[in-house]
Design a protein around this ligand. Sequence first.
Ligand code: MTE
Ligand code: MO
Length: 372
Amino acid sequence: MGVVTVSAAEQVVGPARIAEIGEGISQDELQLAGRNHGMPLEAMRYDVTPIGLHYLLIHYDIPDVDPTAWRLHVGGVVESPFTVDLDTIRTMPRTTRRVTIECAGNGRARLLPRPVSQPWLVEAVGNAEWTGTPLAPLLRRAAPTSAAREVVFTGSDHGVERGVEQTYQRSQSLAEAYGDDVLLVYEMNGAPLPPQHGFPLRLLVPGWYGMAHVKWLTDITVIDSAFTGFQQEVAYQLRVDPHEPGVPVTRMEPRALLIPPGWPDFMTRARFLHPGPVSLRGRAWSGYAPITTIEVSSDGGRTWHLATVDSNAPRWDWCGWTWVWEARPGQHTLCVRATDASGRRQPTEQPWNRGGFANNTIQQVPVVVLEE
Ligand SMILES: Nc1nc2c(c(=O)[nH]1)N[C@H]1C(S)=C(S)[C@@H](COP(=O)(O)O)O[C@H]1N2
Ligand SMILES: [Mo]
């Protein structure tokens, strides 16, 4: 199997475009937004996101996979390369885990200036119950040689991005790939993985932004160098200047989101509600450390109040939080911010980079509380 592609870094790849100030969302961005939908925020009411409400991000096309012909190849710098079919993977030790996945580009469309790509607002997240088998035993069976350094995961989807023709590929360090929580999954919410989420098999690296969870997996290739594929070295790097080396995008920064209360206006989605006590709730997650504190503000972030956090959530499951707001007539801006046990806290100022990645700026929800 020819799996590890020509280094994208060796090709001449132009920087992604940044929109002019005031430039509207284009037809190209609208086309992406239609294919790759977000999770309606009210779906945070469900502990596990129903499959059709989970966000989607598909760089190219959903590949046409024949499950009877499909095989997973494990090879590269290993003593014992092997190939397995789906039925065999299903007989391997089985684990189910709730894992929150968020796209690294979540929040991009609100950045100023706006990086031109999939124009997410804040809905690029979902929390599913994934079932599969741990990756580590398969790696051990292949027996990486002493030269092994990284593991490349290849999907079967193919396309072109900024002039580079490619098959979707991402790598992990050998240590990260051996992690206890890393799974090869074939079920989502108790059903076979649906086509849009990676049928028949996807990689799950809990805690990491979406791009790491390679869908439509066909190849696991151990390599003796640092992987330089497009999705590793060109995309998913934090850069302000297009020519700087970049910092790789890895784990999810902490974020809390609020289920917008009341009822929305159809076009603007501005919110209205009646005065009185309102139970505000939502979810929060971080790929670095458990969530320790959720604070809510009803005055645009001037004053903050401690919310009650459900700290019993399993590690990679988003945690619920609630706070009762005494809503008085008038206009208000509701905000929520999360802090995790590593000390990371959501910023007020946007963390701007050219890709619009890892932007966990505090969510703002303007509401109008009506007169009695
Ligand atoms: N093979 C492959 N895997 C992929 C992608 C892709 O386009 N192709 N998109 C990635 C990105 S950027 C994200 S955010 C998540 C989205 O997962 P979901 O569509 O199941 O929510 O899948 C990741 N895995
Ligand atoms: Mo993503």
